[in-house]
Design a protein around this ligand. Sequence first.
Ligand code: BTN
Length: 331
Amino acid sequence: MEARYQLARLLADGRPRSGAVLAHGLGVSRHQLLRLVDELAALDLPVLVVRGRGYRLAAPLELLDAARILADIPSALRARLVALEVLEEVDSTNGYLLAHPERAAGGVLACVAETQTAGRGRRGRSWVSPFAANLYLSVLRRFHAGAAVLHGLSLCMGVAAARAVESLGVTGVSLKWPNDLCLDGRKLGGVLIEVSAAAGAADVVAGIGINIRVPDRARADIDQAFVDLHGVGVRVGRNRLAGRVLGEVLLAQERFQSEGFAGFREEWRLLDGLAGREVVLSGALGDLRGRADGVDDDGALLLRVNGRSRRIVSGEVSVRPVDEAAVGSTP
Ligand code: BTN
């Protein structure tokens, strides 16, 4: 483990530790310790010097812990997991699972990370993933269905994430087609499905990112309007949220295998934040304006354009409500 992350771990509870104890525990000199303190500050984890008592983090951290995450998942669902890996730092949790699908050994493999150095968002965007701040979760499972069906899976994962957040008492949760998770209309998180196709089957990674507490420095790097749970006064533990989301994802994936997206359509309708609104769709072929009219059994967006209903299947479009366009909202 990198020394700076080790230092974060030693200071995570927010209590002061003496420089001598920290340097000894990390096997570094006092001078190197000061460098590590600076590195943490650069990660938006300021360390304070407490006179006569040493160093402490300005605010305690809840680091990820597999046992605590799993404790929140009903045992029948938990039993489906080959493993839940907790990673300190990774380029992308999706990329990590996609690189070695065989490790799922025909079952389900999940991972969470404290930070992603190259987190991926939809439409080629990056997903800003500061250390110990938000939730970055991916789940790998083999589906015996064509890629077209998997579009519906992506919407299901949005429903799973919404259910998880709502289960913690949060209100005002909605979904924006295809799979933005919103709170009071602003983007709280998102889903990215990536597939590695094998003959007759697909190894599918479902990645979910949810903003819990986006630190100040990272805010400037995010190029779309967003919200985090702390910002609306919701204090939820990272392990608790991870457990809820993972549990809901496992459940939704099993239901999806037997029911397809059709089984989720009603739930999706109840969460649909675009229903009945004028929207502009922007994609490779330009802009299209119409009224969002829900989704069909495959998860396609139904768009009413000049009195006719059109099915929009490509997730590679951005959807913007017309009444938000003027304030430059979520693309
Ligand atoms: C979006 O653009 O709305 C989708 C964001 C998905 C982010 C998550 S974080 C965990 C997983 N790993 C990634 O690299 N991306 C997804």
